[in-house]
Design a protein around this ligand. Structure first.
Ligand code: 13P
Ligand code: SF4
Length: 363
């Protein structure tokens, strides 16, 4: 039985302050010059367009191509590397990313980069992870307001309160959390290694926070008693088992693969569940004639490029935070080196350890 800790039900909960970032005044991203979409540029970019033409309409390409060209030129000049999450839109994922992957892969790759500047195309906790692992480098995120409903659901004080409520129980924290929360944690996990990390604690009870659904999905695979927290992903919690059943009834041959941030009854309807990269690999390896990826919308577009024989059925939900990252903002961030990610050194020192422990476990 999974225990769910609901911070809103605790004493003084009404007075608690959530780590909602102060709203930046809305400033229009300055427009930096991009080359004209001339026949010469079109010719140079034609091989890339041939790859992505299935998912980027031809009317949009003359807008994207000059940005892609300019970003790729500028990142070399600035000694920058672009790390992109699998949820980035195809023009970012296929056009400018040097390394793309799930949260675990991006964290591991962040330890290996040689460039002085890391441009994190993803959400804020991912950029914080890169900064924690590269304190001497400049880490920028093209829009620091790119948050995450899981990361904003929990504070360091919540973790301390849980430790008091469950003394001696190890704390496994999902990487989708702030550095302040990681600083209170024993070890981190991602969706691709959560079961392994929980079991590595060698304890009868483990806290696995803050995603209630990820924790419940792990609980089904282990005898360790899991205590979790009432947090959820606003994108994955919206899928329902009914809609998946309806798709299967209408199309019995369809394969359904889902992310473990979905509720357990949604995963019960799926043929496979795994991290974003595990889902991508499943499609590559299995080449189903028709597949539905129960996750964020851009995944199907990105995977479709490399799997021309697979038909993607696309009921998906958009992550509004991931979608804050756009080509014009990436270009602006390379010019201005903004928004730079900084972390209080005292917090960083403590927050780095649980990530390093997780990475060590995966080696
Ligand atoms: P992955 O680690 O599977 O890429 O998940 C990160 C995420 O934010 C999914 O919503
Ligand atoms: Fe956070 Fe969900 Fe968006 Fe992933 S998809 S970044 S978990 S809100």
């Amino acid at each position: 039985m999974t225990i769910v800790y609901d911070a809103r039900e605790q004493d003084g909960a009404a007075k608690r302050v959530k780590p909602v970032k102060a709203k930046k005044p809305t400033v229009k991203t300055p427009d930096f010059e991009v080359p004209e979409y001339t026949p010469g540029l079109a010719k140079e970019m034609a091989p890339l367009y041939a790859r992505v033409s299935k998912v980027i309409p031809s009317v949009e390409w003359p807008f994207f191509a000059p940005y892609i060209y300019e970003i790729n030129r500028l990142k070399k000049q600035k000694n920058a590397v672009i790390l992109a999450h699998n949820y980035m839109t195809p023009e970012i994922f296929h056009g400018v990313a040097d390394i793309a992957g799930d949260s675990l892969q991006l964290a591991i790759e962040a330890t290996k980069v040689e460039e002085q500047v890391i441009v994190q195309c993803g959400v804020h906790f991912m950029a914080e992870t890169s900064k924690l692992l590269n304190p001497g480098k400049t880490v920028i995120i093209p829009d620091e307001m790119a948050g995450c409903s899981l990361a904003s659901s929990i504070t360091g004080a919540d973790v301390r309160a849980m430790r008091e409520a469950y003394p001696g129980v190890p704390v496994v924290t999902y990487v989708n959390t702030s550095a302040e929360v990681k600083a209170e944690t024993d070890i981190c996990c991602t969706s691709s290694n959560a079961l392994k990390v929980v079991e590595s604690m060698n304890a009868p009870r483990v806290m696995c926070i803050p995603d209630e659904y990820l924790a419940r999905n792990i609980q089904k695979q282990t005898d360790v008693e899991i205590i979790t927290y009432k947090g959820s992903c606003e994108v994955h919690e919206r899928f329902t088992p009914e809609e998946l059943r309806e798709y299967r009834e209408n199309d019995p041959g369809i394969k359904i693969i889902a992310h473990p941030e979905c509720p357990p009854d949604v995963l019960d309807e799926a043929d496979f569940s795994g991290s974003t990269s595990a889902m991508i690999n499943w499609v590559k390896d299995n080449q189903p004639s028709k597949v539905m990826m129960v996750t964020e919308c851009s995944m199907s577009d990105n995977v479709a490029v490399e799997n021309p024989n697979v038909d993607f059925i696309r009921p998906c939900n958009l992550c509004p935070h991931m979608k804050r990252i756009t080509l014009p903002k990436i270009l602006a961030s390379l010019h201005t080196m903004q928004d730079e990610v900084t972390i209080d050194p005292a917090i960083a020192e403590r927050a780095r350890l649980p990530i390093e422990r997780m990475i060590a476990l995966n080696n």
